[in-house]
Design a binder for this molecule. Structure first.
Ligand code: FE2
Length: 282
């Protein structure tokens, strides 16, 4: 059976909702700019839409979005890339959360079997039940941010695995989490971890760029982006949309295009793919 990627985190209605918030526009104001009935825009935010390609282009232009990506989303055909080979194994644990799904990731050094865990989802029992068979418990936990869907499982993971070091964008002494920020580097389990401080979704949010510490030259790395960027969208800007969009562009420009993006929600993608198609980029 052919592999079917998980669904995108956001549909067209979510994109319009987020972009209107970023631009400070109401449905009526967007309707006046585009000539599209405000009721149809509101319907789209409720996931009912029948826009033509021309209308999608008008919406994209009015909201300063990438027309190609908006049209692809509107047609239900957002492209996902073939992923480059990685010098380590990347296991995705995607579990239901609310009406969507949330991701944790296990990185495995196939030579030493050492692993890292990125985020813990909300529930340790569900995380550990979904743990890949035969894979060692992690040497280090990386947290992108402290929202419950990404970090709620941490205390239970620590109880199960015991004494694990944890790095996060803000310290939490009760669970032994150490704060790391922009420019920090760690080497653990044969992985090199570069910390990027990426506020926007939350005031305290990190992304982690992970490569093999002794891998082949030029091998692709993985950006664990948390709720900074998803395939086809951005995270919700609960702290500041301007900061979020600045940080997305900065990170996309700082890393190689073949970098795999492992987001907190939705399928894997690459920096090259998102620079070309993401509605909020390009
Ligand atoms: Fe999230």
């Amino acid at each position: 059976m052919p592999f079917a990627p998980p669904p995108l985190e956001d549909e067209l209605g979510d994109i319009l909702d987020k972009a209107m918030r970023h631009a400070g526009l109401t449905e009526d104001q967007l309707a006046a700019t585009t000539g599209i009935d405000a009721g149809r825009i509101k319907d789209a935010e409720d996931y009912r839409y029948d826009f033509t390609c021309t209308e999608l282009q008008k919406l994209a232009i009015a909201l300063g979005l990438n027309e190609v990506g908006v049209c692809a989303l509107g047609e239900g055909k957002y492209p996902l890339p073939a992923l480059p080979p990685l010098p380590f194994a990347l296991h995705t644990i995607a579990l239901p959360y609310g009406i969507g799904r949330v991701n944790a990731f296990v990185l495995e050094n196939v030579a030493t079997r050492a692993t890292l865990l990125v985020d813990t989802v909300d529930c340790p029992e569900r995380l550990l039940a979904a743990w890949p068979a035969g894979i060692a418990w992690p040497e280090l936990v990386l947290l992108t941010h402290w929202d419950h869907d990404h970090a709620g499982g941490l205390p239970g993971v620590l109880r199960r695995c015991g004494g694990l070091p944890v790095v996060a964008p803000a310290a939490r002494p009760l669970v032994g989490a150490v704060a790391v920020g922009e420019g920090d580097e760690r080497v653990a389990g044969g992985f090199r971890i570069r910390v990027l401080r990426t506020p926007g979704h939350a005031a305290e949010h990190n992304a982690y760029y992970v490569t093999a510490a002794a891998g082949p030259a030029g091998a692709a790395g993985v950006l664990f982006s948390g709720d900074l960027i998803f395939a086809g969208s951005l995270g919700g800007a609960f702290y500041c949309c301007h900061t979020l969009r600045h940080e997305v562009r900065r990170v996309m420009d700082a890393l190689p295009p073949e970098t795999v993006i492992a987001p907190g929600h939705g399928p894997l993608t690459t920096i090259a793919n998102e620079r070309r198609f993401n509605p909020f980029l390009g």
